[in-house]
Structure formats: C-alpha cells, structure tokens
Design a protein around this ligand. Structure first.
Ligand SMILES: NC(=O)C1=CN([C@@H]2O[C@H](COP(=O)(O)OP(=O)(O)OC[C@H]3O[C@@H](n4cnc5c(N)ncnc54)[C@H](O)[C@@H]3O)[C@@H](O)[C@H]2O)C=CC1
Ligand SMILES: O=C(O)CCC(=O)C(=O)O
Length: 445
C-alpha cells in the first residue's frame, strides 16, 4: 500500500543510520497495511505518522567513579514512545552496543507488545552503553545511582515504569529503586518492576518471560497437533529469559541440548543441567564456558552463531537482536527445525522470518511470544497499587491466561485479514488496533 510505504520511506529518511529502528517499523507497518486500508480514519488522523514518532526522547550524561577513583562517563537514554493506553512501560538495557536506534526499536516494539497483553501499559524503553561485565558491585551501584539521579525526573508510577532487560536484573533494580526512593522521599513502589520479593516485587516476575514463551509455544504446537514432549530444543542465551525458558521446556518434556552467552555456546547432547547454568550465571556471574568443568561430556564452542548449526526440532532464540540471520535460518530448516519461538526482541532478521514463513516453520514472533515478562510487570504494578501480593500460583495462572489470549487474539486477527497462521501479521494487527483507536479517542495529541 502506497501510504504505508510512504511512511516507511519517511522514517528511513528522517532517522538516518537507525537500522534496528527501520527494521521494526518496516515489519510492523507492512503487517498492518490491510488494517489501514480497511480503516480510512487511521490515515485521516495521521495515526501512522504519529505512532512512529516517540512522544519524548530523553538522552543524558551518566558520570560515575570507578574503583580506581577514575571518572567514567556513559550515555543514558529513555524513549517514552507511546502513552495512549497507559504509562510508558519497558525495560532498561545496559550493554556496550546500546545506542538510540536500539532503544527506539525496543520502545516501538514495546507499544504493540504491551497492548497485546490486554493490560493498561504504554510503550517505552531505556538504557545505557555502560558495560556491566567485569564491574564490581560497588561500580554497578554507583552507575545505577547516577543513572537514576537523572532518570528520576522523568518517571513515576503513573508516568513511566522501567524494569529490567539485558544487563539489568534484581541487583540493578534494587540500586535504582533505592536511589529513586532517596531522591523522591516517597515509597512509590510501582515506579519500577522486577523488584526484590522483600520490597514489593512480584512472585513469578523472574520466571515470567521464559515461562510465558513456553506457554505461547505450547499453544502454537498444540494447534499443529504437536507438543514439546521428547523434542530436541536449542535455546540461545543464558540470562533471565533463557534460564526460565530452559526450565519450562524441560518441565514440558523437551530435551534442551544447547545454550550460550556472548562469548560462545555449549552443547550437551544428554540435555543441559540447569542447576549448573544457574550456578554459573546467577551466583558466580561467570562465563558459560565454565559449564564443561561440571559436565565434561559437554562441548564448548567459541562464537555465538554456531549454536544454530545444532540439529533441533525447536529453536528458541533468547539472547539478543539479529542473532538468527538468513544463513542460520537456512541451516536450521535444513536440519529439520519445525518451530521457532522468539524469547529475545527481534532475534530473527526480516529475511530470516520471511524464510521461516515460506518454509512453513511454525513461527512465534517476539512481541507476542515474549510478552509474559512485561505482563507480569503490569501485574506487579497491580499488586503494588493494592498493597497486596498474590501467590506464585496465582500470578502464574494469570500469566498462562494472558499468553493464551495473546495467542488466540493474534491467530484470530491473522485469519480475519486473510493471513491464516501468520502470527507476525496477526500479533502486529492485534497490538496496533487498540493503540490506534485510543489515539483517535484522545484527539490530536
Ligand atoms: N528480561 C525480560 O523480562 C525480557 C527480556 N526480553 C529480551 O530477551 C533478551 C534477553 O534478555 P535477558 O535474558 O533479560 O538479558 P540477560 O542480560 O539476563 O541475558 C542476556 C543473554 O544474552 C547474551 N547476549 C547478550 N548480548 C549478546 C550478543 N551480542 N550475542 C550473543 N549473546 C548475547 C548474554 O550473554 C546473556 O546470556 C533480550 O533481547 C531482551 O530484550 C524480552 C522480554 C522481556
Ligand atoms: O517488564 C518490563 O517492563 C519490560 C520487559 C521488557 O523490557 C520487554 O518486554 O522487552
């Protein structure tokens, strides 16, 4: 459709060099073209022109002092993308690769993902090019305090609610929360999610993204008369999402044979021992290569891409964006993969996604399949508002319902617009409509 292509071209021209942002805009806008065609009011009200423009971009200096007493400076970002259906919501990423393009792509994805959860949360994302690797606890704390000193002016439980993402887990959220509380002199618990259980965190938030991914994939497989029982699964990453994806996949009877970190991957043909991975990553904060010390029959390989050459039935990329390119997609298909579920954000390149769809691989796209994390974050906000907490089972049951609804709504939307079985199109349409309609209801703002 000409109108949609015009907007895509304008985004590319207006945001030069922001390749990750271009890719996600292209994916979303191409998917929703049939909706825009059917609803002329979206064009009349310039919804696409508005939705691709963040409501606010905050960029700031983050100075901190390292353990040697030397002053270090990083870049800080918060992109408040869309607040049509609720306060901005989305994680903070600490990784040396972070730049404006990456934060904008993640924030844009978050708008539609958050809408899909059915909960009242808008879209945002933030982070810094700070590298947590090799830093002491004190350095992490000083960085987080400095980052929050500026960020605290822009967030609030009804304004913008950050959480974790790559490089931000319970430890970092604790330091960020402590500094926010100190600056504001208020116990505003709902300003951050992913908090510790002793200070208003939610049970099952830690597990939510990985578990949610498996709940979603289970529905997708069931519709194809398949299940995870007895299947060989490869899961990239070994962080928060990957760890709990492995846990749930194993519980569903799958054999998970590989996982990775940014240095390399391990292959354990007998099935990964998750306790060993948790000890390395959650306790020692060490490299995944350590795994073979505890499991000498396993193999360690340098580099990340090789993980996709392992023969498997189901692939669950849970590390980072762009990790499955067309070449890896081809190898996976040649080796017999029949389902791919995205735990990370945009882990497959656009041509890899097209290839999977062309080859009839069951494909669960990130914004639908990994929405369980932010969904439980929204449940953490609900519990904070009530000053009450639900049991693990209560939260987990709500998570199961949410993932089922996302699967069903995405499936239905795909079918309604003539793309039966295409969850990329279905999830984009289902996520978009609610936000677009709210934007129309709010007038030109
Ligand atoms: N934490 C959450 O609740 C959610 C996270 N996500 C996405 O899931 C992915 C993983 O996030 P988390 O597990 O939270 O982060 P994490 O920091 O706990 O783990 C990240 C993992 O990816 C690996 N990794 C990072 N950069 C890499 C690279 N360039 N190449 C290969 N491996 C790399 C790390 O070594 C680590 O194992 C990200 O794409 C994130 O945006 C999506 C939804 C929610
Ligand atoms: O829990 C949250 O608010 C954010 C989770 C997140 O960053 C994501 O969904 O990618």
């Amino acid at each position: 459709m000409m109108y949609v292509q015009k907007i895509i071209d304008k985004v590319i021209a207006d945001n030069p060099g922001e390749e990750e942002f271009h890719a996600t805009v292209k994916e979303v806008l191409t998917s929703i073209a049939p909706v825009v065609e059917k609803h002329p009011e979206y064009q009349e009200q310039a919804i696409l022109e508005r939705i691709v423009e963040p409501e606010r971009v905050i960029m700031f200096r983050v100075p901190w002092v390292d353990d040697q007493g030397k002053v270090q400076v990083n870049k800080g970002y918060r992109v408040q993308f869309n607040s049509a259906i609720g306060p901005y919501k989305g994680g903070l990423r600490l990784h040396p690769s972070v730049n404006l393009s990456i934060i904008k792509f993640l924030g844009f994805e978050q708008i539609f993902k958050n809408s899909l959860t059915g909960l009242p949360i808008g879209g945002g994302k933030g982070g810094s090019n700070f590298d947590p690797k090799g830093k002491s606890d004190n350095e992490i704390m000083r960085f987080c305090q400095s980052f929050m000193t500026e960020l605290s002016r822009h967030i609030g439980q009804d304004t913008d609610v950050p959480a974790g993402d790559i490089g931000v887990g319970g430890r970092e959220i604790g330091y960020l929360f402590g500094q926010y509380k100190r600056i504001r002199n208020a116990y505003e618990a709902g300003v951050l999610t992913g908090k510790g259980l002793g200070y208003w965190g939610s049970l099952a938030r830690k597990e939510a993204t990985g578990y949610g991914l498996l709940y979603f994939v289970r529905h997708m497989l069931a519709d194809a008369n398949e299940s995870l029982a007895g299947k060989t699964v490869v899961i990239s990453g070994s962080g928060n999402v990957a760890t709990y994806a492995i846990e749930k996949a194993q519980e569903f009877g799958a054999k998970v044979v590989a996982c990775s970190d940014s240095n390399g991957y391990i292959y354990d043909k007998d099935g990964i021992d998750l306790d060993v991975v948790k000890e390395i990553k959650e306790v020692k904060r060490a490299r995944i290569s350590e795994y073979i010390k505890a499991r000498p029959n396993a193999e360690y390989h340098e580099g990340c891409k090789g993980i996709w050459t392992i023969k498997c039935d189901v692939a669950l990329p849970c590390a980072t964006q762009g990790e499955i390119d067309l070449e890896s997609a081809k190898v996976l298909v040649e080796n017999g993969v029949f389902a791919v579920g995205e735990g990370a954000n945009m882990p497959s390149t656009l041509d890899a996604i097209d290839y999977f769809l062309e080859k009839d691989v069951l494909f669960a796209p990130a914004k639908a399949a990994n929405a369980g994390g932010v969904a439980v974050s929204a449940l953490e906000m609900s519990q904070n508002s009530m000053r009450y907490s639900w049991t693990f089972e209560e939260v987990d049951n709500k998570l199961k319902d949410i993932m089922k609804n996302i699967y069903e709504n995405s499936t239905k939307a795909a079918e309604e617009y003539g793309f039966k079985g295409n969850l990329v199109v279905g999830s984009n349409i289902a996520g978009f409509k609610k936000v677009a309609d709210a934007m129309i209801a709010h007038g030109v703002v």
